[in-house]
Design a protein around this ligand. Structure first.
Ligand SMILES: O=C(O)CCC(=O)C(=O)O
Ligand SMILES: [Fe+2]
Length: 275
C-alpha cells in the first residue's frame, strides 16, 4: 500500500484503483462473467445460486459466488492491486468472505432499493477502523471489481467521503428519493464513483454508501463484490461445492483461523495461484 493510497483511504474511507486489470486478463474475466450470466438454469454448476432465485439467464440480479466460476475471476480475490491493502487492513490475518457477481440493468422502478447504508447500522459485530503505527486496521471491507464501464450520469455507487469516521447517527431523511421516487436530488455531499472495466474500488464497510438508479438502457453494470474480514472474526459461510472448486491458496484464504496463526498465503507479497 503506497503512502498516497494510505492517506487517501484514511481521509475518504475508499480507494479507486484505476486500470488494475487490462488486456487478456480483463477479457478472460469479462468472458467468464458472460458465461456465468448466460448459462441456462439447468446447466449452472452446483452451488451457483442467484438472487432472486431462478433468475433467468442474462437478467439483472445477484449471481452468487461469481468469483468461483472461473480462475480468471478467482484471481481477483488476491490481485496485486489489492493484496497489499488486504494484508495491511487485517494486520496480515485475512479471511476472504464472499464474492458475489452483480449484474445491474436499467429498471424503470427500483425493485430492490439500495439506500444509504453502512456497517454502523444493524450489524451484530463491532466494525472498526483504526490507525496504529502508521498502519490502517479495518475489520470489514469490500473490494468491488468492475467488468464494465460506469460513465458520469449513468448511476451506480455513491459514497459520502469521510463518513467511515462519523460519530453521529445518519439523519434518516438524508438523500431520500426525490420527485421521481427513485433517485435523491443531486447533492454535493455524496460522490458518484464511476469506475471503468478493470478498476477496483475498495471501501470500508463503515463508509456510508448507496446506489443510484442505473440509467443506460443499452448497457449494464457488472462487478464482483469481494468481502474480507480478519481470519479470527466470524466463520466461513461458503458452500462446500464452491470451496472445493477453489485453488489451495484461496481455500486457505477462506479459512477461519486463530489470532496467533499465520497463513501461508500472507508470506507472499504477490500471490501466484495454482492452476
Ligand atoms: O451496487 C453497488 O455498487 C453497491 C452494492 C452494495 O453496497 C451492497 O450490496 O451492499
Ligand atoms: Fe453495501
Amino acid at each position: 500500500m503506497t503512502p498516497e493510497q494510505r492517506y487517501l483511504f484514511d481521509v475518504t474511507g475508499y480507494l479507486h484503483i484505476e486500470g488494475a486489470v487490462k488486456g487478456n486478463a480483463l477479457k478472460e474475466a469479462q468472458e467468464a462473467v458472460d458465461r456465468y450470466i448466460h448459462t441456462p438454469l439447468d446447466e449452472r454448476p452446483e452451488g451457483f445460486t442467484t438472487r432472486p432465485r431462478e433468475l433467468e439467464p442474462g437478467k439483472g440480479g445477484r449471481y452468487e459466488h461469481g468469483f468461483a466460476f472461473d480462475r480468471s475471476l478467482e484471481a481477483m480475490t488476491v490481485h496485486p492491486a489489492i493484496w497489499p491493502l488486504i494484508k495491511e487492513f487485517t494486520y496480515d490475518k485475512p479471511r476472504f468472505v464472499t464474492g458475489t457477481l452483480t449484474l445491474e440493468q436499467h429498471h424503470p422502478v427500483r425493485q430492490h432499493p439500495v439506500g444509504l447504508h453502512c456497517a454502523r447500522e444493524g450489524r451484530h459485530w463491532l466494525t472498526r477502523y483504526e490507525v496504529q503505527n502508521s498502519q490502517i486496521y479495518c475489520n470489514d471491507f469490500v473490494a468491488f471489481f468492475y467488468l464494465t464501464d460506469v460513465r458520469p450520469g449513468d448511476g451506480g455507487l455513491i459514497v459520502i467521503p469521510g463518513s467511515h469516521k462519523s460519530k453521529f447517527e445518519r439523519p434518516e431523511d438524508l438523500l431520500t428519493p426525490g420527485p421521481d421516487g427513485i433517485n435523491p436530488e443531486p447533492d454535493d455531499v455524496f460522490t458518484n464513483i464511476t469506475p471503468k472495466a478493470g478498476d477496483f474500488v475498495v471501501i470500508s464497510e463503515l463508509l456510508t454508501h448507496g446506489v443510484l438508479q442505473w440509467k443506460p438502457k443499452d448497457r449494464d453494470r457488472r462487478f464482483l463484490i469481494l468481502r474480507y474480514r480478519p481470519q479470527y472474526e466470524g466463520q466461513p459461510s461458503l458452500p462446500e461445492t464452491i470451496i472445493n472448486r477453489l485453488t489451495p491458496e484461496v481455500q486457505e484464504l477462506v479459512e477461519a483461523a486463530s489470532y496467533g496463526h499465520t497463513k501461508e498465503i500472507v508470506k507472499q507479497d504477490v500471490v501466484k495461484l495454482s492452476v
